[in-house]
Write a protein that binds this ligand. Sequence first.
Ligand SMILES: Nc1ncnc2c1ncn2[C@@H]1O[C@H](COP(=O)(O)OP(=O)(O)OP(=O)(O)O)[C@@H](O)[C@H]1O
Ligand SMILES: [Mg+2]
Length: 329
Amino acid sequence: MIKDKRSYALSELAIEAKGLVKEIAGNRIVDDVNLRIFKGTVYGFLGPNGAGKTTTVRMLSTLLPIDGGTVAVFGNDLASEPKEVRKRISLAGQYAALDEDLTGIENIIMIARLLGYSQSQAKKRAETLLRVFGMEEAAKRQVKNYSGGMRRRIDIAGSIVSIPDILFLDEPTTGLDPESRNQVWQMIRSLRDAGTTVFLTTQYLEEADYLADRIAIIKKGKVIAEGTSSELKASLKMGVLRIRFADWEERHKAIKILAPAVSENSNPLELLYEVSDYTTAMEEIRKLEKEKVGVHEFSYGQPSLDEVFLQLTSYSESSYQDQPKERAN
Ligand SMILES: Nc1ncnc2c1ncn2[C@@H]1O[C@H](COP(=O)(O)OP(=O)(O)OP(=O)(O)O)[C@@H](O)[C@H]1O
Ligand SMILES: [Mg+2]
C-alpha cells in the first residue's frame, strides 16, 4: 500500500518557470528566474527584504503580468491561459485581504459562497476551518478588532476553503506566536501530504528547513542557490566556527585579531568564520587565547541553513537600500 501520496506524484511538474522577468521603471525586480516545482511538494522561496519574493508570487498567481519568460502551471501557459491556471491555485498574500467590517466567520463564509458553496455548506466549511485554526471564539468578532496574528490565520483559512492544487503562501507565519505558527506548519504539512503543492515564501530559515522539500534563495531578483536543505548546507563546503563572546568589547577585540568574520549572524555576541577544518578552527581560537580575549564558548561544525543564507545573501551588504514599494497586495 502506498502511504505517501507524494511518492507517485513527484514526477509531475506543478510549476515550471523559464527565464521569468519583471521589470519596473527599468529595474529588473525579478531577473531570469527558473523554477521546477514538483506536484505535492513544498517549495521554499527565501530571500532578504526586497529580493523579489512577493513579486514572483504575484506573477505566478496571475495577479501581475510577466515581462519576460514563460510559466507553465500543470502544463497550462500562465500568460495565455490564466483562467485555467486560476482554477487550480489559491493565494494567501503577504498582507491579509479581508473585509474589515465583517466578522472572521463572515469573511470565510463569503469566500465559500463566491466559490459556489450553498449557505449551509459555506457555514459548515467555515466552522471546520475556524476550529482547525483555533479561532472559534474570535471568529464572531469584526476583523478590524483583530490582532495581526488573528488576521493572518483567518486569511490563510480563507485560502484553503476549497483545497487548491497549488497554494501560494507569502510569509504565512510572519508575526504569529509559536503556537499559531505550529498550527500553520501542521496545516501546510497535511495539505502537502494530501497532494497540494505549496509555494512558500519565508524569512524564517527554520521554517524552510522544517517544511520545504526544496529551497530557492533569491537575491536582488536572481536565484542564487537552489536545492534541498542538506544540499544547500553542503554547498558551503567549509565548516563553520562559531565563537560566542562574553560581551561586546571582547567581540570587538576579536574582530581586530582575526580577519573580519565571513558572516555575522543575528546574535550580536557571536562571530562566524568559515574554516576548512578543525585544526584551523583551533588555531583561530588559540590566537584569541594568546591575546586573552574573553571567549564564552565556541563550536565547529556544519553550517546551519541560517548561516548558508547569511553567507549567500551577505547580510552586511545593504538590503535596506530598496526603493520604496507599493504595499498593494
Ligand atoms: N510597484 C512597484 N513599484 C516600484 N518598485 C516595486 C514595486 N513592487 C516592488 N517593487 C520593488 O521590487 C523589489 C522586490 O519587491 P518584493 O515585494 O517582491 O520583495 P520581497 O522579496 O517580497 O520583500 P519582503 O521580504 O520585504 O516582502 C523591491 O526593491 C521593491 O521596492
Ligand atoms: Mg514580500
